[in-house]
Design a protein around this ligand. Structure first.
Ligand SMILES: Cc1cc2nc3c(=O)[nH]c(=O)nc-3n(C[C@H](O)[C@H](O)[C@H](O)COP(=O)(O)OP(=O)(O)OC[C@H]3O[C@@H](n4cnc5c(N)ncnc54)[C@H](O)[C@@H]3O)c2cc1C
Length: 422
């Protein structure tokens, strides 16, 4: 029997593709992992804003098969940056012409003056590709707030395809482009879909393909014996043929008793406030807004009301913390974030009537050269014992749910092939 650890999108997708006998262990009392949805006082909130931009239409069809089509909202992305006294379109580097004149000149001059071809960290890449003004005004402060670390720690390619690269030509050409021609319509997530019932609808849709008797909730995987091929859980000991794990990779190494260097693995935590208000929002266009400035406690907020087209303002508010911060004083940050929303005019007359929070830990992993190498090496080692690690945290990467489904499908094919060869 195969044991799948975790009933998030990765574990459930693997189960839905599998032909083998399997059991899914989930530590929590419900399925979904980070794709869970909270419904409270008439508001619908995800753990954090989760919007779905599928590149592969077959995977989209797969994930949406059991969702009534008329409940899937098709949205065109609109996102901006709150920068000093104004809002400018995202991404900053392509919209510097919207800045005050002297700042625009500085950004443009430095863009052309930047001529350092060699870089080996994420921070050096930002300076080399975009020049010091664009880097210092947005790219560095914003990403430092999000990742909560020194950006020199991150690999050049830490954000993969999710980083909005732009050449000098793209930047200049965008100066005259608006609406359907602009960046917002060209980025990886320019169009996204969102189920009326929240992200959990994808999970429920995938779960319909699975025999629910093969899921065990409230059962935590604790220890794996590589030699005996047994797994100890909070309830029992089981023998396994293969383990498909979606738990954060360092935790899997600990479970298996594999020695590793903890300093290789670093990540941020994200505190998310989901807030519902009694009045309407003044912003009726943005899906989300970025806040690079230190004067605001959050790095991003999003407007559910602009997706659902509801009359009451409904927000998610995201704050980044380094993993080493053991205790996050949620009450203090609740007050600070609320005050900051008033300071920048997002809350005026509206009253907060419903509130929820969650701490995502880990949220964004810090991808470095060392982490990429160590994950690849240790995954190879574990595969010799029939243990395979997938998912955003199992592969210790930056990805979307589409990538999770794809990775699960690829692993199923790999194991099928392996079985045929035996
Ligand atoms: C702030 C934020 C915003 C995001 N926005 C988007 C977005 O807009 N669009 C998008 O496509 N993706 C988004 N993502 C990414 C998306 O959330 C992930 O790719 C996806 O949820 C990962 O699923 P997973 O199954 O790999 O991991 P998880 O969802 O973490 O699932 C792992 C499961 O394993 C369980 N588990 C852990 N340890 C054990 C154990 N020892 N025993 C048993 N069970 C265990 C957990 O309880 C959990 O249910 C976002 C992520 C973050 C952090």
């Amino acid at each position: 029997m195969d044991v799948i650890i975790g009933a998030g999108v990765s574990g459930l997708s693997y189960a839905s593709f599998a032909d083998s006998d399997y059991l899914i262990l989930e530590a929590e009392n419900e399925i979904g992992g980070y794709c869970r949805t909270v419904k409270q006082d008439g508001f619908v909130w995800d753990y954090s804003g989760h919007f779905f931009h599928f590149q592969d239409k077959n995977l989209q069809q797969y994930a949406c098969e059991n969702i009534p089509p008329d409940t899937l909202l098709a949205c065109t992305k609109q996102s901006q940056i709150k920068y000093k006294d104004r809002y400018i379109d995202f991404p900053f580097q392509k919209n510097i012409h919207q800045l005050q004149k002297q700042e625009f000149i500085d950004c443009l001059y430095d863009l052309f003056a930047a001529a350092k071809p060699d870089y080996s960290t994420f921070k050096q890449m930002l300076y080399a590709k975009f020049g010091k003004s664009i880097a210092n005004k947005f790219l560095i402060p914003y990403n430092e707030k999000l990742y909560a670390c020194d950006l020199d720690v991150l690999d050049v390619d830490a954000m993969g395809r999710f980083f909005p690269y732009a050449s000098k030509e793209d930047i200049i050409l965008n100066f005259k482009q608006t609406g359907s021609q602009s960046y917002n319509s060209q980025s990886y997530n320019s169009h996204f879909v969102y189920p009326q019932g929240g992200a959990i609808e994808y999970i429920n849709s995938i779960f319909k393909r699975i025999d629910s008797k093969k899921l065990s909730l409230n059962e935590k995987a604790i220890k794996i014996s590589l030699e005996q091929k047994t797994i100890t859980t909070s309830k029992r000991e089981l023998r396994y043929d293969n383990i498909i794990s979606t738990v954060p990779f360092p935790q899997l190494l600990q479970m298996c008793g594999v020695k590793y260097n903890p300093s290789v693995y670093s990540w941020n935590k994200v505190l998310v406030f989901n807030w519902g208000f009694d009045g309407k929002s003044d912003d009726i266009a943005n899906n989300w807004v970025y806040f690079p400035e230190q004067q605001y406690s959050f790095y991003r907020i999003g407007y559910y009301n602009n997706i659902f087209k509801t009359s009451r303002m409904s927000l998610y508010v995201e704050l980044g913390f380094n993993k080493d911060i053991q205790h996050i004083n949620v009450d203090a940050y609740f007050q600070a974030a609320l005050n900051d929303l008033k300071k920048c005019g997002i809350i005026a007359t509206q009253n907060l009537i419903s509130s929820h929070f969650v701490i995502m830990n880990p949220a964004y992993v810090h991808i470095s050269k060392a982490s990429v190498e160590d994950v690849a090496h240790k995954k190879e080692l574990l595969s010799q014992y029939g243990i395979y690690s997938i998912g955003r945290y199992g592969s210790w990467t930056y990805c979307s749910i589409e990538d999770n489904i794809k990775e699960a499908k690829e692993l199923k094919h790999k194991l099928e092939h392996k079985l045929k060869q035996q």
